[in-house]
Design a protein around this ligand. Structure first.
Ligand code: SF4
Length: 386
């Protein structure tokens, strides 16, 4: 089982730490660059297939290093091309195939490798990641966005979110975050990932070191080579950590999950709003802009009858004026067992128009992957109920 495997993990390494490890094992220093190239550029994470390494070094890598952690329990493919993975970090692929029974298959043409045996794994050790294809309205180019988790579960407990339902079960390491992007890139018809959003399970700024290390590996030339401007770290709002992120000046976009135009509504849906006011978030967001020159994105999930009324839009316009920001509206995807509804198209249109008329830059994010429960934490939640 991976949880008891203390060998160094490839995706946690930088070129320097990998070179030091390989040197300790008697390999030449240039091996590190070769291994990095195999994994990140060629998409090969099996040392046996790294044919420009000596046989002896390949065997040593197999024995001494873990290249992929966890096991993919489910791979779902939505009709719009969105793909989603449910990964259990306490298992290995060998655990899945231990009894040699074929698992899953081509269920309904939209779901691949569906694990039929729900006795394997536990929601306490699982995370989700999603690849969302979309054509950019500005450039017309196809974007492939990886939405990654930074923690197992989440301590924030937003009332509308499946991820927060069971609390926090643990932090992911930098490598476990990077591996999600790498694995999504290996799926059929994906290839190079262009954008990354830290909007899966977890509050990224409470796993700060792992998240910032992962962002560096995603954007480094030796790593995934994703443009730093295409990486977005999204927070429900931890002002001191937002400032710390500003000081690191990674060049990433900061998104604040505002989801309400005033503290009273925010407290109804986000428990941490009891401790942090919108004014404090605005102040930290302004600091981020001053330090980095990067405009902040305000995320706003529209919940029918809760925060989607015209007066909420007018209030949001005023709040967003207080810092250099743009607004992302997201239509809620319903979660079984939660008392929130998806707003009607008409309400969304009116909401967006009020913001536009107020001169705000606002985007309505298209809902993707609705047929595969692509909302944050939904797949893990469903697995736990099975
Ligand atoms: Fe946590 Fe984000 Fe879900 Fe809130 S919406 S509970 S911050 S994962």
């Amino acid at each position: 089982m991976a949880v008891t495997d203390n060998r160094p993990y490839f995706f946690d390494q930088t070129p320097d730490t990998l070179a030091a490890l390989l040197a300790d094992w008697g390999m030449p220093r240039f091996r590190a660059a070769q291994v990095m190239d195999w994994v990140y550029q060629k998409g090969v994470a099996n040392p046996q297939a790294m044919v420009n390494l000596s046989k002896q070094d390949r065997v040593m890598l197999v024995e001494r290093m873990v290249f992929l952690r966890g096991a993919v329990l489910q791979h779902q493919l939505a009709t719009d091309g969105t793909q989603k993975l449910l990964v259990d970090w306490s298992l290995t692929e060998d655990d899945l195939h231990a009894d040699d029974k074929p698992r899953g298959g081509e269920a309904s043409g939209t779901s691949l490798n569906v694990l039929q045996d729900t006795t394997l794994g536990s929601s306490k050790t699982q995370t989700e990641c999603v690849m969302i294809p979309a054509t950019s309205s500005d450039s017309g180019k196809l974007r492939k966005t990886a939405c990654v988790s930074s923690q197992i579960g989440c301590a924030v407990g937003c009332k509308f979110c499946a991820s927060g339902m069971g609390g926090l079960d643990g932090n992911l390491s930098p490598g476990q975050i990077v591996q999600q992007v790498w694995q999504l890139a290996q799926l059929p018809k994906v290839g190079r990932i262009s954008n990354v959003v830290f909007m899966g399970m977890g509050e990224p700024l409470t796993n700060f070191r792992a998240v910032t290390h992962a962002a560096k590996a995603m954007t480094a030339d030796w790593g995934l080579g994703i443009s730093v401007r295409k990486v977005t770290i999204s927070t429900v709002g931890v002002p001191n950590m937002m400032k710390r992120l500003a000081e690191q000046d990674l060049g990433v976009t900061l998104a604040i999950s505002l989801h309400a135009p005033n503290d009273a509504v925010r407290k109804q849906i986000i428990p941490w709003a009891e401790f942090v006011t919108i004014d404090q978030l605005i102040e930290a967001g302004r600091y981020y802009f001053e330090k980095t020159g990067r405009e902040v994105t305000l995320e706003y999930i529209l919940l029918s009858g809760v925060n989607d009324q015209p007066e909420h839009a007018r209030e949001l316009a005023e709040v967003s004026r207080k810092l250099r920001s743009n607004i992302n509206l997201i239509r809620y995807n319903e979660v079984d067992g939660l008392p929130f509804g998806r707003p009607l198209n008409e309400a969304v249109y009116v909401f967006q128009q009020i913001l536009r008329d107020a001169g705000r830059v606002v985007h309505l994010r298209a809902s993707r992957g609705r047929d595969i429960a692509a909302a944050c934490g939904q797949l893990r939640h469903e697995q736990a109920q099975a």
